[in-house]
Write a protein that binds this ligand. Structure first.
Ligand SMILES: Cc1cc2nc3c(=O)[nH]c(=O)nc-3n(C[C@H](O)[C@H](O)[C@H](O)COP(=O)(O)O)c2cc1C
Length: 325
């Protein structure tokens, strides 16, 4: 569970406990102490496993619209469990709510130190992009080039989302991440707030196999999880039904959340709703009540293959200012 910590002493204790346990990562005691001193004034997020603070992340304001991911640490036994990503998701959510449009992180250019290569890969998986070198420091004792990676908030995620139809890694998606994705879906706007979209998260291997078996042509066969989108076609007011708009907004929100968490997906609606009505077979497998229709599946998983961005018409062809001509 992520907690936003305000108590300065508690911030110090958590930062010290975690950073001291990461000695081989944090060999320079002076800079560790400096972080511990400074972080009491920064927005501070801690990951708790029951009563243990297993990791933390601090943001530092560096401009009217910019925050920096200043320091982050996760106890070794919690590595590779999605703790860093969850901390970052909370921090990013905070940055968006506070009106920051840009998050940066200073790191060392890939290829100089192996540890930083791993860290940079992690940043990239969060959506950070390598920017031009904005600052270069040459520390005489330990020469390195400090490199700035940046991440624009929602707008950047929108630009980097593409449909992914390749193979997925054989790695389960943590339930916490699936919940974040589904929450993004149900947070979407809906006509007259009728909330006509519901979701079934599928991460059980038997249920997944049953769904995969009815997908023809066989798409998403290696997906470790799926989001199944359901709609209730009820009128929002008078004879106006906004169910399609509602579920479309929910699906796009979920696609963006999926990409932001480092996974890939594709909006499979055409495949399952044409005349062979695969959607009805999926509804039967999932015991979906009669008043709901299954309209879409979104596989969720880490990509194995590269994907190419489809070409889109140029901006000027589709967007006009003030008048069509
Ligand atoms: C309503 C809708 C239905 C879709 N159904 C399918 C589908 O059944 N199979 C598929 O491979 N892609 C499907 N897609 C994905 C589109 O093909 C894809 O969004 C489009 O080619 C643009 O590519 P992009 O998502 O990478 O921008 C669907 C997208 C939408 C919005």
């Amino acid at each position: 569970m992520i907690r936003f910590i305000e108590d300065k002493d508690l911030k110090k204790t958590i930062a010290r406990d975690v950073l001291e346990a990461l000695t081989e990562w944090f060999e320079v005691e002076d800079s560790r102490e400096q972080y511990i001193r400074e972080c009491v004034n920064w927005p501070f997020f801690a990951y708790y496993d029951e009563e243990t603070a297993a990791g933390f992340l601090c943001l530092k304001r560096t401009g009217d619209e910019t925050v920096e991911l200043a320091v982050m640490g996760v106890l070794k036994e919690y590595h590779r469990k999605g703790v860093g990503r969850r901390l970052f998701a909370a921090a990013k959510d905070y940055a968006c709510r506070e009106g920051y449009s840009f998050i940066q992180v200073k790191t060392v250019r890939s290829g100089m130190y192996e540890d930083y290569d791993i860290t940079n890969e992690f940043y990239r998986s969060l959506g950070f992009k390598e920017l031009e070198v904005l600052e270069t420091y040459w520390d005489e004792a330990n020469p390195c080039q400090i490199y700035v990676m940046g991440l624009k908030t929602a707008v950047n995620t929108i630009a980097t989302r593409h449909s992914y139809r390749g193979k997925f890694k054989d790695e389960p998606v943590p339930v916490e991440d699936l919940k974040i994705i589904a929450s993004a879906g149900i947070d979407a706007p809906s006509g007259c707030n009728k909330q006509t979209t519901d979701i079934v998260i599928v991460n059980d291997t038997d249920v997944l196999s049953k769904i995969k078996a009815v997908l023809d042509p066989p798409v998403a066969q290696t997906a470790p999880a799926m989001i199944v989108v359901l709609t209730r076609r009820i009128n929002a007011y008078r004879d106006r039904c906004f169910a399609i708009q509602d579920y479309s907004a929910a699906i796009e929100n979920m696609l963006l959340a999926i990409v932001e968490l480092g996974y890939q997906s594709c909006w499979y609606e055409g495949h399952i709703t044409d005349e062979d009505r695969i959607c009805d077979k999926i509804a039967q497998i999932l015991n979906v009540p009669e008043e709901y229709d299954v309209v879409c599946i979104l596989p969720v998983g880490k990509a194995v293959d590269d994907f190419h961005a489809p070409s889109k018409k140029p901006f000027a062809e589709r967007v006009k200012f003030n008048s069509w001509s």
